[in-house]
Design a protein around this ligand. Structure first.
Ligand code: CUO
Length: 685
């Protein structure tokens, strides 16, 4: 990593502390040109520049002609920033373009040091992260986990008070971790609280933040937005979240999530986030049970939109699906075809700048987030900011997120239901017979085992204006025992073949204990893994480790802790410590299950890799969570529809999963057994 790339990462340290203060573990200081100091500091600039003495490394900042930053500077420094608010998106789009347009990293650092002192810290962090992910000269650079930079978006604010106390008192030596209780946001009398461990999981929220970072909605450089099958991935990644959430709900004796399809109906679920925003110095507003979304008129956010507008967009969207064609801005219509229709609809629905007709189809999904997030103060009379639904780092904490996305998913499913069903030609892999699938591991044969685990994250990077030194927070999350899939395949073709293995898991019973019909079960199918494997003629036993899942990223990448860091603090290795944050957190691969053992069905299928594969070179280190995140700068590595073979209804004669099976598929009944015990990460058994 070059020195200038290393310097860039210093902007992630203590994000609200001015960049002329000491940054990073080496305590580097930026030597800013005089005109970079905001007016309030100008008279002090010489004092500030010399303040930290000659011990701290000094980084000279090149004076440059500054681009026009007027638009991004319109967002007040202490406000919340939301990707879903159109005005904020525009401002961020502009700032991303500015960062992308800087001729070299040196100049990027210059403009960043100017911006860091003036621009809203959340927006600055988001735009710089997008630029680092997309600029050719910074691409290999791994940005620190967002939970470290802005820990206030992920945990109980009590932690910060305690952390300040500790760091002021214990100035050297080892500091004990501060423990965050599990399920601190509501009591057991709130049934929704049974799945709070899922909604409020830090890894899940980090995944969602990263997904939206990798797939931004807005930038003048369309290439940043227009990624391969982006709209389809928007649909699929969120569909999988709903499938996973529903499995968790069923395990916890809750009904599947009820979609939020009547915008005039009060929202039953309240949500009290118990988070503080350090930038805004406010707590996140709650939503009381029974709130209704109302017409928005918030001049401060330049939002004026009626609930009826949301309904109009929704109706046009459904009409497009019924017509199997969308209307283009020139009035012509464009057919939705089987292969790309879902991608077109995904971009239209989200919506992003690559929506084919934003004036007509509007901004349904994003504005749904916005309406919900302002339901407590739709006309800004109480000067309140948006609730957690307004921020992709916090939205998944709120039960309404799933109700909204479940409705979005239903609309996509209307389109999927109009596609031709998969015939034998597309389902079977002639000559390849999958005779069995099973699971072996610490949970036993065909049994998964789950329990609680405690992990530690380092917060010091995000702890502005406190003495330096590590601050550790320990929190509790779900975890499973690792296992192997064992798949027996008979290759009767007489020659070697290459197979794509597709592994899913789903509940088998509905809320009342009745077997799930195929049509319901397919929508609950959770992708666990997808991989390719050569098959010799004759019988093959394929063993695959759960740790290698194409859905998840390893534990260490979700919760990077100081202890795992390679190299000395401040060294290049330490700074470059691999972090590619998009990917379902591995500890949430398997639903919680029940103490009695929750029944699930495991499904495996092998398809012809020659038909599935995408010709491309894979480079880089972030290729291991492609199922939900794609691959950076590459095409989605599977030619089939995302979610295949469960992305659409089957032939009406198929009423159960057994009816659906072909010889290249197999199922296995299994259970997920949950033990109500807690261990510390790294201490097995
Ligand atoms: Cu990810 Cu609604 O898109 O939050």
């Amino acid at each position: 990593m070059t020195d200038s790339n290393k310097t860039l990462l210093l902007f992630f340290d203590r994000p609200t502390e001015p960049c002329f203060m000491q940054k990073g573990e080496a305590g580097s200081t930026f030597q800013l040109p005089d005109n970079f100091y905001p007016d309030k500091y100008k008279s002090l600039s010489t004092t500030l520049a010399n303040r930290f003495g000659s011990d701290s490394p000094s980084i000279p900042i090149t004076d440059i002609v500054l681009p026009n930053l007027q638009l991004p500077m319109e967002l007040p420094y202490n406000e919340q920033f939301s990707l879903f608010v159109p005005k904020h998106r525009q401002m961020a789009g502009k700032l991303i373009d500015i960062f992308m347009g800087m001729r070299n990293v040196q100049e990027l650092i210059s403009v960043c040091s100017y911006c860091q002192l003036r621009i809203n810290p959340y927006m600055f962090n988001y735009c710089l992260s997008v630029a680092i992910l997309h600029r050719p000269d910074t691409k290999g650079l791994d940005i620190p986990t967002f939970a470290e930079t802005f820990p206030d978006k992920f945990m109980d604010p009590k932690v910060f008070r305690r952390a300040r106390e500790i760091s002021n008192v214990v100035t050297s030596g080892v500091r004990m971790p501060i423990t965050i209780p599990l399920n601190y946001t509501a009591s057991e009398s709130e049934p929704e609280q049974r799945v709070a461990y899922f909604r409020e999981d830090m890894g899940i929220n980090l995944h969602h933040w990263h997904w939206h970072l990798v797939y931004p909605f807005e930038a003048a450089d369309r290439a940043i937005v227009n990624k391969d099958r982006r709209g389809e991935l928007f649909y699929y990644m969120h569909q999988q979240i709903i499938a996973r959430y529903n499995a968790e709900r069923l395990c916890n004796n809750l009904n599947r999530v009820k979609r939020f399809n009547n915008f005039r109906e009060p929202i039953e679920e309240g949500y009290f986030p118990k988070l503080d925003s350090q930038v805004a110095s406010r707590s996140w507003p709650p939503r009381f049970a029974g709130s209704t979304i109302r017409d928005l008129d918030r001049p401060v956010d330049q939002i004026r939109s009626d609930v009826s507008e949301l309904e109009t967009w929704r109706d046009r969207f459904i009409q497009a699906i019924e017509d199997n064609a969308i209307i283009l801005p020139n009035g012509r219509s464009m057919q939705l075809d089987e292969a790309t229709g879902i991608d077109v609809l995904g971009n239209l629905m989200e919506s992003s700048v690559i929506s084919r007709n934003r004036p007509y189809y509007g901004d349904l999904h994003n504005m749904g987030h916005v309406f919900i997030s302002y339901s407590h103060d739709p006309d800004h009379r109480n000067l309140e900011q948006f609730g957690v639904m307004g921020d992709s780092a916090t939205a998944m904490r709120d039960p309404i997120f799933y109700r909204w996305h479940s409705y979005i998913d239903d609309i996509f499913n209307l389109h999927k239901s109009k596609l031709p069903t998969y015939g034998e030609d597309r389902l079977d892999f002639p000559g390849i017979r999958l005779s069995s699938v099973s699971v072996e591991g610490a949970g036993g044969t065909n049994a998964f085992a789950t329990q609680w685990e405690q992990s530690t994250v380092e917060l010091s990077r995000g702890m502005d204006f406190t003495p330096r030194g590590s601050v550790l927070a320990r929190f509790t999350h779900l975890q499973h025992e690792e296992f192997n899939y064992v798949i027996e395949v008979n290759n009767t073709t007489g020659s070697s073949a290459m197979g794509t293995f597709r592994i899913f898991i789903a509940p088998t019973l509905d809320e009342n204990g009745s077997p799930l019909p195929f049509e319901d079960q397919r929508r609950l199918m959770i992708e666990l893994d997808k991989f390719s494997q050569p098959l010799n003629p004759g019988t093959n036993t394929v063993r695959r480790r759960s740790l290698d899942s194409s859905v998840t990223i390893p534990y260490e990448r979700t919760f990077r802790s100081q202890a795992d860091r390679p190299g000395d603090p401040g060294s290049a290795e330490a700074a470059q410590f691999d972090f590619c944050g998009c990917g379902w957190p591995h500890h949430m691969l398997i639903p919680k299950g029940t103490p009695e053992g929750y029944p699930m069905v495991l499904f495996a299928m092998v398809t012809n890799w020659d038909e599935d594969r995408i010709e491309q070179d894979l480079v880089g280190t972030c290729n291991d969570a492609a199922s939900y995140c794609g691959i950076r700068d590459r095409r989605y590595p599977d030619r089939r529809a995302m979610g295949f073979p469960f992305d659409r209804p089957a032939d009406p004669s198929v009423t159960s999963l057994h009816d659906f099976l072909k010889p290249n598929m197999a199922v296995r009944d299994c259970t997920i057994r949950f033990t109500d015990a807690t261990r510390i990460h790294g201490q097995r058994g």
